[in-house]
Design a protein around this ligand. Structure first.
Ligand code: FES
Length: 84
């Protein structure tokens, strides 16, 4: 099975293709109706969040994207609170 693919669309949503489980903050799954791909809003204007409803076009959302590398993650310093 190919890995899940997420495409960051310039001026648009995150297109997610492949097997994925989308859950809310309580871990309840969204029913995706058997769709092989979904689009997640990243403009903030969708009336059907977290899904894209095309509103990015009417709101003039602009964010050109090109793949890049993130820096390595910073080492987290443990505090005494985390050991309790
Ligand atoms: S990205 Fe499409 S409505 Fe937000």
């Amino acid at each position: 099975m190919p890995p899940t693919k997420i495409t960051v669309r310039s001026d648009g949503p995150l297109r997610v293709e492949g097997e994925v489980e989308l859950v809310d903050m309580e871990g309840r799954p969204y029913g995706l109706g058997g769709r092989p791909a979904i689009a997640l809003c990243r403009c903030g204007h969708s009336g059907n969040k977290p899904f894209c409803d095309g509103s990015h076009k009417t709101h003039g959302f602009q964010d050109k994207q090109q793949a890049r590398d993130l820096p390595p993650p910073q080492q987290k310093v443990a505090t005494t609170d985390e050991h309790r």
